[in-house]
Design a protein around this ligand. Structure first.
Ligand SMILES: Nc1ncnc2c1ncn2[C@@H]1O[C@H](COP(=O)(O)OP(=O)(O)OP(=O)(O)O)[C@@H](O)[C@H]1O
Ligand SMILES: [Mg+2]
Length: 340
């Protein structure tokens, strides 16, 4: 478990009010020698063969990531010879709008293009992942809600193919908003999603559960079903506010229900090359150290564009820098053995 956990709950120096004051006053050092990335923005950047998110530290010419960690790129993954059973990943942060759904869709997009079979479980009544993959949430008959509560329905019947090879989805719509209350009286109420996913796990290499922005019973179900958690964090003021609470929930699920649950990583999203974002990035690194993914996702209008087009950015605009950044996250997941 990362440094954040060892710093306990609620009073970590990385997010409290005094930290933010010192931030504002410019009293906190940006720390280390991490370098500002070379300018690489603006629209689709086709034509380059390189698939790297790296930065050359001007002092010693060592390739580094945005945090100054020595890093070149993860290797292009080998194709898989056989599929399943899936690694189950909960995409989780109770803070809203940090990029959970965008990251679920785009990591799925990248993994699918590396030949991994991916199931996205939309576990948010807003149904954003469902819509974002081109499925009309209001016309689907069976959703994840059906799978949770109707024992007569085989979870396979709830899975929909998308237009994208290797990506299936268990969709959600507003029906799921009733689940939180209904689960309270269910037998084994924290384990309901786990028992659903057990039945489909063998057909996929990775299952990504896109959580809603809350720490309620649905999220506890996701954490109980998961092997690990990816925490997307937006590079903005108060980015880490509430993360201590999330870490507490993860610890509780670990100690009481699901001891194998790991924190796979913290993914920094919506990064822009401003001093502010760089300071936030540094704070996130101080809290989570090696758990921070090397690849940082830039803020780009291309990502909402891809959502409107209902496609992963890695397919919609494969040459765009955010597509490369998400591919690099996929590579890191595979290189670290988190995903087969
Ligand atoms: N890197 C990015 N650059 C620009 N916009 C982004 C980026 N990532 C996500 N967005 C946009 O920010 C909004 C919130 O993103 P997203 O829906 O992925 O967050 P979320 O954590 O799933 O939100 P919620 O908590 O509501 O489920 C969306 O409109 C999305 O298109
Ligand atoms: Mg979402």
């Amino acid at each position: 478990m990362g440094a954040a956990q060892s710093q306990g709950s609620g009073t970590g120096p990385w997010y409290d009010e005094s930290t933010t004051h010192r931030f504002r006053q410019g009293l906190l050092p940006i720390g280390g020698t991490y370098a500002v990335p070379a300018v690489d923005d603006g629209g689709t950047r086709g034509g380059t063969s390189s698939d790297e998110h790296m930065n050359v530290d001007k002092v010693n010419s060592m390739p580094t990531d945005l945090l100054g960690r020595e890093y070149e790129t993860f290797p292009a993954p080998e194709p898989l010879r056989q599929h399943g059973p899936a690694r189950i990943i909960a995409m989780c942060n109770q803070k809203g709008g940090v990029g959970k759904t965008t990251s679920s869709i785009n990591i799925a997009g990248a993994l699918s293009q590396y030949g991994r079979r991916v199931l996205i479980v939309d576990f948010d009544p807003q149904g954003a992942a469902t819509v974002g993959l081109g499925i009309n949430a209001n016309t689907v008959e069976n959703t994840v809600y059906t799978a949770l509560f109707d024992m007569s329905v085989d979870p396979h019947e709830v899975i929909h193919a998308t237009d994208f090879e290797n990506i299936d989805i268990m969709p959600a719509n507003i029906d799921l908003s009733a689940a939180e209350v209904q689960l309270v009286t269910e037998v084994g109420r924290e384990q309901v999603l786990a028992s659903v996913l057990r039945k489909v796990r063998n057909e996929y290499d990775v299952i990504i559960v896109d959580c809603q922005p809350s720490l309620g019973l649905l999220t506890v179900n996701a954490l109980t079903a998961a092997d690990g958690v990816i925490i997307p964090v937006a590079a903005e003021f108060f980015a880490l506010r509430g993360v201590a609470l999330l870490m507490q929930s993860i610890e509780k699920v670990q100690s009481r229900i699901n001891p194998r649950l790991e924190v796979y990583g913290v993914l920094v999203t919506m990064f822009t090359r401003t001093l502010h974002c760089e300071e936030v990035l540094q704070r996130i690194y101080e809290a989570f150290q090696g758990k921070v993914f090397h690849s940082v996702i830039s803020r780009s209008i291309k990502l909402p564009d891809a959502t409107v087009a209902a496609a992963p950015i890695t397919i919609y605009a494969p040459g765009h820098k955010t597509a490369k950044e998400y591919r690099e996250v996929a590579r890191e997941l595979i290189a670290k053995g988190i995903v087969p």
